[in-house]
Write a protein that binds this ligand. Structure first.
Ligand code: SF4
Length: 195
């Protein structure tokens, strides 16, 4: 079982990895980096539970999964079976983790090694940089493993934010919220209130 907050299907390579991906936000993080934008994902056990089989089914029409958090590797016992089954079905795994490889136990290392791309390291507020692909601060590192994405090149130098408005009026944003983005958001909210 994996405890998660939300999942969605995403196709923004700059933020989540190549192709169409299931973006899974796991619930719970023991690392608690200062300035983390996902603090609502820190507490353990307050999300929804999903089985490996259900998750695999959700990935069948995609290139694979992007594991985000929260801290996915804090649920390594549950995630390992899922990652292994996905890879056996020819899918790819992009792992975002706050841990460094040297900090991992053996099951966490297995997940790291099976992943096609790993983004690793704590978020450090003083090193924030919004122009990096996949990373929020300059200390974080990207590892591209052998396999489907061997030739994948990291493209730094631009920033991406996505704003999504559902039919029932719920707004969701992903990526880096620049001042321009915040301004745009305010204008949209104001226009909505006027109608
Ligand atoms: S590891 Fe990720 S989710 Fe956890 S506190 Fe750090 S930035 Fe936030």
């Amino acid at each position: 079982m994996i405890n998660y907050r939300t999942y969605s299907y995403e196709e923004n390579e700059h933020l989540f990895g190549p192709g169409k991906r299931l973006l899974l936000f796991t619930q719970g993080c023991s690392l608690r980096c200062k300035g983390c934008v996902n603090q609502h994902l820190w507490e353990f056990g307050v999300g929804k539970n999903i089985s490996t089989a259900e998750l695999v089914k959700l990935c069948m029409d995609t290139d694979g999964v992007t594991l985000h958090g929260g801290e996915p590797l804090d649920q390594a016992e549950g995630l390992y079976g899922f990652v292994k089954t996905l890879k056996a079905n020819g899918k790819t795994v992009v792992l975002f983790t706050g841990y460094l490889y040297k900090e991992l136990n053996s099951i966490q290392r297995k997940i790291w090694n099976l992943s096609d791309i790993v983004v690793s390291g704590r978020y450090i507020e003083d090193k924030r940089n919004i122009y990096l692909q996949f990373r929020g601060s300059t200390n974080q590192r990207v590892y591209v493993h052998k396999g489907k994405y061997s030739n994948y090149k990291i493209k730094d130098g631009k920033t991406v934010a996505i704003l999504r408005l559902s039919e029932d009026g719920v707004m969701q944003s992903r990526g880096f919220r620049t001042d321009e983005f915040e301004q745009l958001l305010k204008e949209i909210i104001k226009t909505n209130e006027e109608h």
